[in-house]
Design a protein around this ligand. Sequence first.
Ligand SMILES: Nc1ncnc2c1ncn2[C@@H]1O[C@H](COP(=O)(O)OP(=O)(O)OP(=O)(O)O)[C@@H](O)[C@H]1O
Length: 728
Amino acid sequence: MAESIYSNGTKVWFEDKERGWIPGEVVSSSVQGDGSVEIAFITERQKEITLKSTLKDITNNTSKLPPLSNPSGYEQVEDLTHLPHLNEPSILDVIHNRYAERKLYTYSGIVLVAVNPFTDVPIYGQDIIQTYAGHKREELGPHLFTIAEEAYRALQRDTKNQTIIVSGESGAGKTESAKYIMRYMASVKSNTVRETTSSTSVEHQVLATNPILEAFGNAKTSRNDNSSRFGKYIQILFDDQSSIVGARIRTYLLERSRISFQQRSERNYHIFYQLCEGASPEERANFGLDSDATGYRYLSSSSIKIDNVNDAANFTATRQALAIVGIDEEKQLAIFRLLAGLLHLGNVEINHRRDAKDAIIDEKNDAALQKAMELLGIDAAEFAKCTTKRLIDARGEKFSSARTMDQSIGVRDGVAKFIYSCIFDWLVLRINASLSSNDAIQREKSFIAVLDIYGFEHFRTNSFEQFCINYANEKLQQQFISHVFKLEQAEYALEAIDWTTIDFSDNQPCIDLIEGKLGILALLDEESRLATGTDESLIDKLNSQLKTPEHKSIFKDHLHGNEAFTVAHYAGDVSYNIDGFLEKNRGTVPEEHKDLLTSSSNDFLREVIDVGINIGIDTHHGPVSKSKAVGPSKAVSGRKPTQCSVFKSSLLTLTEALSVTDIHYIRCIKPNESKRAWEFNSPLVLSQLRACGVVETVRITSAGYPTRWTYEEFAARSILLSFLHTAH
Ligand SMILES: Nc1ncnc2c1ncn2[C@@H]1O[C@H](COP(=O)(O)OP(=O)(O)OP(=O)(O)O)[C@@H](O)[C@H]1O
């Protein structure tokens, strides 16, 4: 029986550098009396390969022989789990075949795999929404709307909260998918009898959050012209009639470093270019704004224009969206005033004295400083003094010491980053206040949430941001795997099949290494709180405390000196460059600057700083559950929360929230790096399928029973085989 699995003519898959996998075929096989088996193959590239195994290994599915191809008829299955031979190459082949036929979506059991077309496809219109509304998964092909509809039906049926997790790497299509899902939710209800003017306006408000968050939180990167530089969890709130009554947003880890620096082909946040292009002449005069964005240091290191994007028109759209969520004209001007202030702040010249390293700012003649401070409501001389000199408090005695030019530039940019992140926090808070008003909370019975979160990242140089992102992915992967594992067990139980043999990879050791009591986050925080802490002292600490037998396979020695550490993640090893870890984690400004900001004569600046400072460990960017009040509360402990402690606690809240919702998974895949329509690069797709858990799901499934036939299919096939057998 075992040898018949690899009988002559059997189609198999061979690994291939260029295409991921290529087809091959068995040309001969022989079995020896001791159970050893020798099989000869020929690949599509006409290469002959002979491999050995044993009958026992073949039977137990532990042989190293090439994976089997599926019989014809399965080339474009809608659900990968229906494949008789469930293996990595077959999965890739099906997704590829479907994409070639312009089918973007494929199920992999509970997961919807979505491949980015990189061109407009007419499959998201109102007509299509109405087609999917009220229909079950089996009735229509795989689509984002099937998942949205499933979540919506489940909410109506069980009144249980639902979460749709949309993940994938940058440019894979997460945000677009999340927007289509939100649009589906908003539209599908509009067609019902319960439609009212007010519910329509709530839906309008919910959709208006997208252009706002995109203007302030998205930027052009080398991989995506509209890349979200933060994670978001949006809960759409429903009443007992399943009508939308509001929404609640939580955001994660806005990339602050982008404010003062961007790579060559990248941009700062869209809103700055929108403001420069779209402000009225009067606003321009008030803010001292030049329409030429290249005049601003914070914008000039980057490319200014994006093809097919009209920043001025988008500015109008952003303003309309702000008005829809209740941020009136006056407040909008107050926001733009601060943004203009930041652009001028970036232009403040900081030099050093000719005879010394001490930084200087020519405060009286620096027009940028004067304008920036006028807009921010801060005394220019005070700001210049604090930026170039440090106030030291030694046992009650205060004296000042000069900063170097680089240190002062760091402080200037740190203030800009801090103010911008406070504006972002304030916006999220305001959106929440307007979309989850007391009335909405009273009426809220359940929610459907969409989590649009960055996928696993592994670049040539990885920093604090990648570390946090990959930590989040470890947590989500853990939840995903245990979910899949439970479902697999349930399926076996249903068919009364023994399932005790399944073994699945557990990433708990990696999570322990990161968030354990003496793990990386704890050590990072400890070092960040020391006045004397530096990136060098941090890496020394990590190496001395974590290079232990317990973490041996997860925390790895770095080969290139003391500037990086390596973590073995579930999706691969990643080396993190330690440079900037402490500064990014502290994420704050010197006390003197904080005092200047909190005593500014600009009321709105004081308001946003207050929001930013008081974002507590436990309530970052608004609540995720009804039980918690809207708005940030004071920091929980007396200590200023660091970025990673805020992130860790918001992840904890998120995973808790997820654990009490039904989860639906959408894995977005980027089919090529050049954003070309309908181009499919197999090795690139394969690496994403591995990183997002689709392959892992298959591995779990294969560890149990890798070949799946329904009883009917099995009977049909066996009858045919036994007939052929008797005929011979
Ligand atoms: N369903 C789709 N139809 C057409 N084009 C799409 C679709 N999904 C994505 N795209 C294209 O791909 C680009 C990138 O998509 P998107 O911004 O959603 O990626 P992302 O995964 O959210 O990336 P990031 O993590 O950088 O924010 C879009 O700007 C759009 O051009």
